[in-house]
Ligand binder design. Structure first.
Ligand code: BG6
Length: 300
């Protein structure tokens, strides 16, 4: 299948002022979606949301100044799609966080109305995916803008055997200064600290003061990030996942990551709705599962 040119994509799927294509990342086109409430950019490489800016706001998503846009490498920032494994594969066949984020997806459709602008992408199994994950599948990602940025990732089992997967949306949120930020909505939630392997309980609002890598089991699948420096609250709401991963690499890990600036840990946090740590999804042949994420930013 030959890759359509930017001109062909604009003719077939574009809409003046609402949906536009440009040359983009890792040789894959980037789609800009615009509506009266904001704009976002989405790459066909990884079905990766690169940027989101509600009208009147500074960008909501963090993208590292050292991010690498090369085939086969994950992008440090935006919203990576982790699938069909979250973290490392215990069988060591899949790359860290799975292959969806380093695969080129296909654009199916775009659509818009007065308030909503949407793109639908898909990924299906290939010889390459079957060599590391031996199942037939269909994965679709809908990304639509209304007053929020919304993502829905649907997995369909197209195999004749059941399969089990872990997954996550891995949004990087942009902050003015991590020391001033609080995350509300996790008070009383049990969590696994994956750095110490302890199982603990969150008390009060979450503040980040050190390297943080935790899997929370919140009562409600929503939390709010308060950033007084920007003067903004960002609500992160999901369905289809029982866990929320919170990650900040802090000083040493930031220095160890080549695609991340040494001091950039002060300007980001990841809040990741995930099916992991006892919440893996098993799908019978023909069955499907949808994970959603909605991000809504409000000036405070
Ligand atoms: C988080 C994990 O989701 O992603 C961390 O909890 C991991 O353990 C981080 O370090 C970044 O992963 P990667 O593969 O994008 O460097």
């Amino acid at each position: 299948m030959s890759t359509p040119s930017i001109t062909q994509l604009n003719q077939r799927f574009g809409a003046p002022g609402r949906i536009a294509f440009r040359e983009g990342t890792a040789g894959s086109p980037v789609i800009a979606l615009v509506n009266p409430y904001g704009a976002c950019e989405l790459s066909l490489y990884g079905a990766h949301v690169l940027a989101y800016r509600p009208t009147g706001h500074v960008p909501v998503l963090f993208m590292s100044k050292n991010a690498v846009f090369e085939t086969g490498k994950p992008i440090r920032g935006g919203i990576p799609v982790c699938w069909p494994c979250f973290g490392h594969d215990p069988e060591k066949k899949l790359p860290q966080h799975g292959f969806a984020r380093i695969s080129t997806w296909r654009l199916h459709a775009t659509e818009y109305s007065s308030d909503v602008t949407e793109a639908r992408l898909s990924l299906t199994d290939s010889e390459e995916t079957r060599s590391v994950w031996p199942y037939a599948f269909e994965l679709t990602l809908r990304v639509w803008l209304d007053q929020r940025l919304n993502l829905a990732l649907t997995t369909v089992n197209r195999d004749d055997r059941p399969f089990t997967l872990t997954q996550a949306f891995h949004p990087y949120f942009r902050l003015r200064q991590i020391m001033d930020v609080t995350v509300l909505g996790l008070d009383g939630a049990p969590y696994l600290d994956t750095l110490t392997h302890e199982r603990l309980t969150q008390e009060g609002a979450l503040r980040i003061r050190a390297e943080t890598d935790r899997v929370y089991s919140p009562e409600k699948p929503e939390c709010v990030l308060h950033d007084p420096g920007i003067g903004r609250a960002v609500a992160v709401v999901s369905t289809g996942a029982k866990r929320l991963v919170v990650w900040n690499p802090w000083v040493d890990k930031a220095k160890a990551m080549p695609d991340f600036g040494d001091d950039e840990y002060t300007g980001m946090i990841c809040l990741e709705p995930a099916n992991t740590d006892g919440d893996a999804i098993t799908l019978a042949p023909g069955a499907k599962h949808t994970l959603t994420l909605a991000i809504q930013a409000t000036l405070t």
